[in-house]
Design a protein around this ligand. Structure first.
Ligand code: CTP
Ligand code: MG
Length: 231
């Protein structure tokens, strides 16, 4: 699909990483030899289906982000802008930098350093049936309960109907732009939920356990292990 339509990626990295508790924003903590953000940018840059990458970083880190891209030879990642107060605001600021001829936009969390190439293949292939969005998802292996404020169990959910979703999430550019224009966008915890709210069709494709999100120090160690296993 990437041969005929313009596909861009927006990597959001503007969070502070409060739960990680490092002295730099989470996207700039060391992961192997480079800042965390470098791993996913390199993977997206290497994918032949992706034409350009926008980096969204904390205000004041824009130049370091473009230097980083240069350093790792990520020639598709030439634009870096400051993010906003919420993830959705950061996504919207990044999407605003994507050229108007882009047909598909992938939105990715820099907090997920490992982006297997075949995961991106599945996202791009998923648009065959006219979907507005294609997102990677994993089965839920634990039993999931819904509870009330007092901690009393209300019900046990049917886990065969549940999925844990990851990024990158891929969208038709026009639908994503419309979804991000919603005044209540900040209440959406992922981009797909905003696309769902404007009536978009979102389908899931198999995710990948390696695409885990770094929240704590332990996650960072786990991702380093997973990356070492892959090499
Ligand atoms: N993000 C962003 N702009 C924000 C908030 C988050 O670009 N205002 C990005 C983060 O940089 C991250 C992704 O969204 O890549 C997912 O957010 P999360 O894992 O929660 O990262 P942080 O918000 O940085 O971490 P924390 O919540 O622990 O502060
Ligand atoms: Mg956060």
């Amino acid at each position: 699909m990437g041969d005929t339509v313009a596909v861009w990626a927006v990597v959001v990295a503007a969070g502070s990483g409060e739960r990680l508790g490092a002295d730099v924003p989470k996207a700039f903590v060391r992961f192997g030899e480079d800042p965390l953000i470098a791993a996913s940018v390199a993977a997206l840059d290497e994918h032949p289906g992706i034409d350009g990458i926008v980096l969204v970083v904390p205000a004041g880190w824009e130049e370091r982000a473009t230097f980083m891209a240069d350093d790792i030879g990520a020639s598709k990642a030439s634009i870096a802008v400051a993010g906003g107060a919420t993830r959705s605001d950061s996504v919207a600021l990044g999407v605003a930098e994507v050229p108007p001829d882009a047909v598909l936009i992938l939105v990715h969390d820099a907090a997920r350093p490992l982006v297997p190439s075949d995961l991106v293949d599945r996202l791009l292939a998923g648009f065959g049936d006219g979907a507005d969005g294609v997102i990677p998802a994993l089965f839920v292996s634990d039993t999931v309960k819904r509870i009330d404020a007092a901690g009393r169990v209300l019900e046990t959910l049917d886990r065969s109907e549940l999925r844990l979703v990851q990024t990158p999430q891929a969208f038709q550019a026009d639908v994503l732009r419309r979804a991000l224009a919603a005044p209540d966008r900040s209440t959406g915890t992922d981009c797909a939920s905003l696309v769902e709210r404007v009536g978009g069709t979102v389908i899931v494709v198999p995710g990948d356990a390696r695409a885990l999100k770094i929240t704590t120090r332990a996650d960072l160690a786990r991702a380093e292990e997973l990356r070492a296993d892959a090499h």
